[in-house]
Ligand binder design. Structure first.
Ligand SMILES: Cc1cc2nc3c(=O)[nH]c(=O)nc-3n(C[C@H](O)[C@H](O)[C@H](O)COP(=O)(O)OP(=O)(O)OC[C@H]3O[C@@H](n4cnc5c(N)ncnc54)[C@H](O)[C@@H]3O)c2cc1C
Length: 395
């Protein structure tokens, strides 16, 4: 990425996004929409829109590694990715539609998403089934003529409130081998039989609009078979494909959060006095936290960029060990850095005077979504052990 581009993105975050924070942290997302839309228009005017998308689709055409660097800068504001139209889950849906959508699907669903006219969500997890086992679910899409009729119950569909459509994972071939049972199907959110039952209260906050997680009920929802992405039974493979680059995106956003938390922590430690002329930063405990955070953030950045380069060079499958390593490692670093930064701020760290408390609440999920820590640790360790001769577990 050119340093000129990085500088322009940073300037926007520092002069436009960060000053918005006091209002963003104290108001429902929906109330902030007019202001956020005006800033999105400004990002477009500045020629910085959708850095991850190819130029032909109205983006900046950055490679995964280049986008990773931008993502870290955007992560320093809670609304950075949203303002540049590269926020999850839309970014994953855009990439999926772009690489696997038919011409009609691209025109109807991808184009307005890429222009930022609509939002979308992704509905895979079900409250009654362990999301850690992605091939086990109950939602069914039964073929009737040229339609699918979908029935099921999903939750934690991020940003479902106000989304124009969801991509739902549903079983289309119950008797097929587990990894060939499900398909991904586009469903308009206003389809008869689809209801957003609630925005789930997460850490005491149900949120609204983009900043929410929805519980969805599908009751005989009818959509044309042409709404299916890819071939029948390809749903799991598409989900895996989405998750490789998706984890790079998340990890670099978390590194951006860490950088901001680190700056806040250092500034506070340097200026808060425990007694006249006695700054908090003179305490050895605080000095050690600062040193540990710096080392952990720098190491995380290098590891994520290394895995991003590996994905670009050899593909997601070849990079899967690295993808698992960064997912649990950087999520842990994020949690530790936020925790130390809050501790240094004392009671103030619990308030909304900084974004630390917001991130502490909202990013606890980092160790759970896109595969909990334990699943990634076991997966990568199993492959290492099998390469060393351990026999394969029968599953
Ligand atoms: C903030 C947030 C946003 C989300 N957004 C979306 C979304 O947009 N769309 C969507 O479909 N889903 C979303 N999810 C759901 C997420 O994908 C699931 O929560 C995740 O897959 C884990 O599934 P589960 O919650 O059912 O936990 P379970 O599968 O019940 O697992 C519970 C715990 O068991 C442990 N565990 C599980 N498997 C193993 C194992 N093999 N070895 C050891 N321990 C294990 C882990 O500690 C895990 O946290 C989101 C979740 C959160 C928190």
């Amino acid at each position: 990425m050119s340093s000129e581009l990085a500088g322009r993105v940073r300037a926007f975050i520092e002069t436009k996004a960060i000053p918005l924070e006091p209002r963003y942290l104290s108001r429902p997302f929906k109330e902030m929409l007019p202001e956020l839309r005006a800033l999105r228009d400004e990002v477009k005017r500045l020629g910085l829109w959708a850095p991850h998308l190819p130029m032909a689709e109205g983006g900046l055409g950055l490679t995964l590694t280049e986008f990773a660097e931008v993502s870290a800068v955007l992560g320093e504001s809670p609304v950075g990715h949203y303002l540049f139209n590269c926020n999850a889950p839309d970014i994953g849906n855009q990439e999926l539609l772009l690489s696997h959508g038919t011409a009609e699907q691209k025109m109807r669903w991808f184009a307005p998403l890429a222009r930022g006219e609509v939002r979308s969500c992704f509905a895979m997890t079900e409250p009654e089934f362990a999301g850690s086992n992605p091939v086990w679910m109950d939602t069914r899409a039964v073929r009737e003529g040229d339609d699918y009729v979908i029935t099921g119950h999903k939750w934690f569909a991020s940003s479902a409130d106000g989304a124009a459509f969801t991509i739902v994972m549903a079983v289309t071939a119950p008797d097929a081998p587990p990894h060939r049972r499900a398909s991904q199907i586009i469903v308009p959110m206003d389809a008869p039989g689809l209801t957003l039952e609630r925005n789930i209260s997460v850490m005491g906050e149900p949120g609204s609009g983009y900043a929410s997680h929805g519980e969805l009920r599908f009751t005989a929802v009818r959509v044309p078979v042409s709404n299916r992405l890819g071939t029948e039974g390809e749903g799991f493979a598409l989900a895996q494909e989405r998750l490789g680059p998706g984890r790079i995106h998340h990890c670099m956003r978390w590194i951006g959060i860490c950088e901001r938390a680190f700056r806040l922590m250092v500034t506070r430690a340097a200026t808060r006095e425990l007694a006249p002329g006695e700054p908090l930063g003179r305490q050895q405990a605080v000095q050690h936290w600062i040193a540990e955070c710096r080392a952990e953030i720098d190491a995380s950045r290098l590891l994520v960029l290394h895995v991003a380069a590996q994905i670009e060079r050899d593909g997601t499958k070849a990079a899967r060990d690295g993808v698992s390593l960064i997912k649990f490692h950087v999520a842990g670093v994020l949690q530790r850095v936020l925790d130390r930064a809050i501790q240094v701020h004392g009671a103030m760290g619990m308030t909304d005077a900084t974004p630390l408390a917001y991130w502490y609440r909202h990013e606890r999920g980092a160790r759970i979504y896109d595969g909990p820590d334990e699943v990634h640790k076991s997966a990568v360790a199993r492959r290492i052990l099998e390469r060393a001769g351990m026999t394969r577990e029968k599953r």
